[in-house]
Design a protein around this ligand. Structure first.
Ligand code: CA
Length: 417
């Protein structure tokens, strides 16, 4: 077992029972404070952010033997480049420093602990390229059956993880407002398109993995090696304008309906911390080609939910889903992405595609939840939503729970303005 994951560990820092950040999580992020606006690396414990640059400055991370500059970087990319064994060593050391049986750092806590609500979290990854998959069979069936009732799944779907290249420049950290996009749409029964703000603003509940190890152009990542290349996961909202999408997507797929904004959670939870939540994925029938055959448990049992919060205080959790439903897992996605020799770089991001389950309350988008607006949802004040209104905040949460330990991702939240 990875030392930091020991479920019997307790921290000297108070961790509320429903916290996403017990001592067994120790995700990585980048933050700054009002008194010190220089970005630096951090981890989370309970309701606090732990300043890794200060811990290092106080010689408490000496055993890990990293360059001092690593801790005051703007992004996690250089840390990830050191490789999993080194990062594992750092995470183990952080667990020891925060462990209730160790008082090395306890009396110095005021130097490096900051209440989470008093800091600014920054986008933690310098994202080079971003790819979005379409790997939930329930989502693909739902969307397919709306647009092609007789033929919901296209012939390639069960043979390869379908995806498209998205845009990295418009990925923003949780808390960043999202502007309702304008674009071309084709009104019902019209022959000419019109221009204006989207009327069908939607979210897509997704998880995204961060590539932490590159592969050279021409050298595919084998499915057996793929896990070594995945550093960790973030929550991800792939905002979508459905009316723009349905007019523009033929024949080359999503374009301006998707690239105006995507929201990521500020914390990268390491694949190491997610070890306890491994589960087998759905049976793949027909059998996939050999380069896509993964061994062992490659899905993760992570609860996911989406809440809509209106400006007047009304709210509702509109979706409860789970990452374990994915038909195509992450190692299959990465093996497929590189099988043609495509080189992936440190900091590349691959999102899962909308994560829907079988039951109607587990659908991961308003398109599916309201079935294209035909079944509006109700918020706590009785008001209805077919899609997302201006002023609404969409909040995504994700966590796993095992052996009395809850490992979470924080939130990916964005207000539509
Ligand atoms: Ca998507």
């Amino acid at each position: 077992m990875i030392k930091a994951n020991d479920p019997t560990r307790k921290s000297w820092v108070e961790v509320p029972a429903d916290s996403d950040f017990p001592i067994q999580n120790l995700p990585f992020g980048v933050f700054r404070t009002e008194s010190n606006p220089a970005p630096r690396l951090c981890t989370a414990i309970g309701d606090n952010v732990v300043d890794l640059a200060v811990l290092n400055y106080m010689d408490l991370l000496d055993d890990v033997e990293l360059d001092n500059e690593i801790y005051s970087n703007r992004y996690l990319n250089d840390l990830m480049a050191l490789g999993k064994p080194k990062v594992r060593q750092l995470r183990d050391r952080l667990a020891d420093l925060l462990d209730a049986t160790n008082d090395e750092a306890k009396d110095l806590a005021w130097h490096f602990l900051h209440p989470m609500d008093k800091v600014e979290m920054l986008l933690p990854i310098q994202i080079g390229d971003y790819t979005d998959f379409y790997s939930s069979i329930e989502h693909a069936m739902n969307v397919g059956s709306m647009f092609r009732p007789d033929n919901p799944l296209l012939p390639n779907w069960k043979h390869l993880p379908v995806g498209y290249h998205g845009r990295a420049s418009s990925i923003v950290v949780s808390g960043t407002p999202v502007h309702r996009p304008s674009g071309q749409t084709l009104p019902k029964d019209a022959e000419q398109p019109v221009f204006g703000p989207t009327k069908l603003m939607d979210f897509e509940l997704e998880m995204a993995f961060v590539v932490g190890k590159p592969n050279a152009m021409g050298s595919p990542v084998s499915i057996a090696d793929a896990e070594e290349h995945i550093f960790g996961l973030m929550l991800f909202n792939d905002w979508s304008a459905r009316d723009i999408q349905s007019w523009e997507y033929v024949p080359l797929g999503p374009f301006l309906a998707k690239n105006f904004a995507s929201t990521a959670s500020p914390w990268v939870v390491t694949l190491d911390a997610l070890e306890p939540f491994r589960v087998a994925g759905p049976v793949q029938e027909p059998a996939v080609l050999p380069y896509l055959q993964s061994q062992g448990e490659k899905n993760y049992d992570l609860h996911l939910e989406v809440e809509i919060q209106a400006e007047n205080g009304a709210n509702a959790v509109v979706c409860r889903s789970n990452f374990k439903y994915m038909y195509w897992n992450m190692v299959q996605q990465l093996a497929h992405h590189t099988v043609n020799g495509c080189n992936m770089n440190i900091g590349d991001l691959c999102a899962s595609g909308t994560i829907s389950g079988k039951s109607p309350d587990s659908y991961g988008s308003m398109l599916e939840l309201t079935w294209r607006g035909t079944k509006p949802l109700k918020l706590s004040d009785g008001s209805e939503r077919k899609f997302i209104n201006d002023g609404d905040t969409v909040v995504m949460r994700g966590w796993g729970e095992r052996n009395g330990v809850r490992i979470g991702f924080g939130v990916a939240s964005g207000k539509v303005v």
